[in-house]
Design a protein around this ligand. Structure first.
Ligand code: NIG
Ligand code: FE
Length: 430
């Protein structure tokens, strides 16, 4: 049995209580359930009590000396942040393309000329399992230093079975070896490999007849994702890919309407996807269909920023009743960052969301975007002891004071893993 942790006397304790069953929409996204002078008691990795410091000090009076006390006075305490869309496991970087884009090349031109996703695919194919593991482990450490305790991670830099399998196996090993939890997604449908350029349906056949069934059988992914985009996978091919995944027990996610309008949001609603992501060019009809079906919009304003594009209309989606989550999209091409707090700032300034809404979008709604709403994303009795303490007095200041990592302490499964902004020693494995 692990030692109890008593986080005491936060200036603001953001609980987000009461939304374990469904993501928050519209006005609910602004209700943070804040407790002033708030405290939490965590034991055996699970939250046992949440309330004012006075209440908890009285409740645990007889056991105070047993617990490890974390003083949060003057600070902001939130549920551990959740990143519901990352391409965590990859090799190398693409700063050369960044330079090319600054001189006028576009993201799609670079990809169609054999760079972009294809470039990272070659690097990832060439990397050993160990190399990929170490590179991704270090990225996870960085996520943790930014207050993130759970990330979704996609394959998709393989585009052939061996490398897709290698990425998913690395993700599995990371989940076992690193304290950050990983939710794995199969994204074999990330691009059409060069050798299938003239017969893309043949690659789709390979995905639906061979790869998806094998991934499901091996239990290596929970979700199945596709890049539905003009020049990549058509809505028709995407539908087949997602429906096949569902038949094999993989929940659907979709990269939708990122570069051009393509009715991806509509498709997400039609196939009952858990989330549709990107949505820069989503139609109002598509947004309304998502709202009706409760499909979570995972918005990635860091990608729009990095590709110098107009962000998705987060404000409109919230107002139409779409449950909105935010994510880094961490990947080497369109969003090489692990800073979810920076993404929160962009959510405010580039998408018109309020500081309260972006907190909801990176906690409880992000949990729902990866089907974890019952376990994480809020601070309430019975949920995992995943908590982030920021060195700011209130939740608005977290977004306002941007470009600074305010993460002070992170508690994961009831253990302090970041203290004073640094990983605790035992964690520095790599
Ligand atoms: O989510 N849009 C497609 N896939 C990734 C980018 C991957 C890459 O450029 O390596 C994205 O933006
Ligand atoms: Fe992505």
């Amino acid at each position: 049995m692990s030692r109890a942790i008593f986080i005491r006397n936060a200036n603001q304790l953001v609980t987000l209580q009461g939304s374990s069953h469904a993501p928050r929409v519209m006005g609910e996204m602004s209700e943070l359930g804040i407790i002033e002078n708030g405290s939490i008691w965590i034991e055996d990795g699970v939250i046992q009590a949440v309330g004012t410091d006075e209440e908890l000090a009285a409740k645990y009076e007889a056991r105070l000396s047993e617990a490890e006390v974390v003083d949060a006075s003057g600070k902001l305490v939130t549920p551990g942040l959740i990143d519901p869309h990352t391409h965590l496991v990859f090799a190398g970087s693409r700063e050369n393309e960044f330079n090319m884009r600054l001189q006028g090349s576009t993201y799609m031109e670079i990809m169609n000329a054999g760079g972009g996703i294809h470039a990272t695919t070659r690097r990832t194919q060439a990397a050993t399992h160990e190399e990929l593991f170490h590179e991704s482990f270090e990225r996870l450490n960085q996520f943790l230093r930014h207050g993130v305790t759970t990330v979704e991670a996609k394959s998709g830099y393989g585009m052939e079975w061996e490398t897709e399998l290698k990425q998913l196996e690395v993700a599995k090993q990371l989940n076992e070896k690193h304290v950050v939890d990983i939710v794995p997604t199969f994204m074999g449908a990330h691009a059409i490999p060069k050798e299938y350029k003239d017969q893309p349906d043949e690659f789709v056949r390979l995905l639906i007849e061979e790869m998806i069934p094998k991934v499901a059988e091996l239990g290596l992914a929970e979700f199945n994702d596709v890049f539905c985009e003009h020049g990549v996978f058509t809505p028709e091919q995407s539908r087949k890919i997602l429906e096949t995944g569902k038949r094999h027990g993989l929940l659907a996610k979709i990269h939708a309407d990122e570069i051009e309008p393509y009715e991806g949001a509509e498709l997400a609603a039609e196939v009952g996807a858990v989330s549709a992501d990107h949505l820069l060019k989503a139609s109002e009809k598509g947004m309304k269909a998502m709202a009706e079906k409760g499909v979570v919009a995972v918005l990635l304003p860091g990608t729009a920023y990095f590709l110098m594009a107009e962000s998705a209309n987060g404000r409109k989606m919230v107002d139409l009743g779409v449950p909105v989550a935010l994510s880094t999209d961490c990947n080497p091409g369109s969003s090489p960052t692990v800073s979810l707090p920076f993404i929160m700032n962009l959510g405010c300034l580039k998408m018109g969301m309020t500081p309260a809404e972006v907190i909801t979008a990176t906690t409880i709604n992000a949990a729902h975007a990866i089907s974890r709403g019952g376990e994480i994303g809020s601070l309430e009795v019975g949920k995992k002891g995943d908590v982030t303490i920021f060195n700011v007095e209130n939740y608005m200041k977290l977004q306002y004071s941007y470009g600074v990592n305010h993460t002070d302490t992170v508690v994961k499964n009831g253990q302090v893993v970041v203290r004073g902004g640094h990983l605790v020693e035992e964690l520095s494995l790599s």
